[in-house]
Design a protein around this ligand. Structure first.
Ligand code: GTP
Ligand code: MG
Length: 307
């Protein structure tokens, strides 16, 4: 076993931090460590927190962590930040808000940048969660960027997905409805100190009752004021209830995850510049997408780049 893996299993914080960096850089060492750790995973509850920018996701995560700490749980927090120049301030905000956890070894916080990766998750988020799981974190809170589309990726990672909404979104609820209905296990209406919280709850209830496929599962709706720590217990209770009632089909879950991992690795083999050149040829109609894809497939078959 890799010496770092050994130390991670004992909960060694420095070892976890070092491995986390290796995971982010996708090194061969990281893969070795993850392989060694894998048999020790599957114990943590992974909770995804998604929702529109500024809904209060980080504030909620912070409050959840505080509350779970009083129950003596060990917590992992993965904050996925969109690494666009516009959100640089948000990352700083997260760091400042969560600073009071920094002296507490029971809360391990890691930010990951999406670097343009679609789906609201950074590459390697699953690996980071597995690492924290093996390190004995009881609950792993994953804050993701929710933009109203592509959030489906979080459901492949999290055991329970919490969708955070705020009052006053108006027609936005309608706009994002299609995407969030399928992924939400719990709805949190945060900033319920602002006007319109009960109206939003009514709208959600109406949508849930008419939405096909939701009849067999009750999706709880909890109002919170994360800024003041209100409703946090109720939200955690709802998350816990969903988690204990839920039996995930591990085979189905790993089927989806493996496909994604294979897809990522294959894409890794294609230099971005080549994809760009091909895209240029296709966009100008000098080539077509089928010929370009066929060219790469032939290359894989010939040179066996999946060594
Ligand atoms: N009025 C009110 N403000 C809140 C509440 N919870 C959080 N806020 C404020 O809302 C702002 C955004 O909170 P964040 O926790 O950073 O929201 P976020 O969803 O993590 O934001 P991004 O990560 O940038 O998408 C902050 O100024 C919070 O202080 C609440 O319950 N009521
Ligand atoms: Mg945030």
């Amino acid at each position: 076993m890799h010496p770092l893996a050994q130390r991670i299993l004992q909960g060694d914080l420095r070892a976890i931090a070092r491995a986390a960096t290796a995971v982010e850089n996708r090194t061969a060492e990281a893969e070795q460590i993850l392989r060694d750790l894998f048999p020790h995973t599957g114990h943590a509850a992974i909770v995804g927190i998604t929702g529109p920018p500024g809904a209060g996701k980080s504030t909620l995560v912070d409050q959840f962590a505080r509350q779970l700490r009083t129950a003596r749980q060990n917590i992992g927090i993965i904050a996925v930040d969109p690494s666009s120049p516009f959100s640089g301030g948000a990352l700083l905000g997260d760091r400042i808000r969560m600073q009071h956890h920094h002296a507490d070894p029971g809360v391990f916080i890691r930010s990951m940048a999406t670097r343009g990766h679609l789906g609201g998750l950074a590459r390697g988020t699953l690996e980071m969660a597995l690492l924290l799981d093996a390190a004995g974190r009881n609950t792993i809170l994953v804050e993701t960027v929710g933009v109203g589309q592509d959030e489906i990726e979080i459901t492949r990672l999290a055991d329970v997905t919490v969708v955070v909404l705020v009052p006053g979104m108006g027609d936005d609820v309608q706009a994002i409805k299609a995407g969030i209905m399928e992924i939400a296990d719990v709805f949190v209406i945060n900033k319920s100190d602002l006007p319109g919280a009960s109206r939003l709850e009514q709208e959600l209830k109406a949508m849930l009752s008419t939405s096909p496929g939701n009849s067999e599962r009750e999706i709880p709706i909890v109002q919170t004021v994360a800024g003041e720590g209100k409703g946090i217990d109720a939200a955690l209770d709802a998350i816990h209830a969903v988690h204990s009632a839920r039996k995930r089909d591990g085979v189905q879950l790993w089927q989806a995850r493996l496909r994604e991992m294979i897809r990522e690795r294959i894409l890794d083999l294609l230099p971005f510049s080549e994809i760009e050149a091909a895209a240029r040829a296709v966009a100008s109609r000098q080539s077509d997408p089928y010929s370009e894809v066929a060219k790469w497939m032939q290359r894989f078959q010939r040179s066996g780049p999946l060594r």
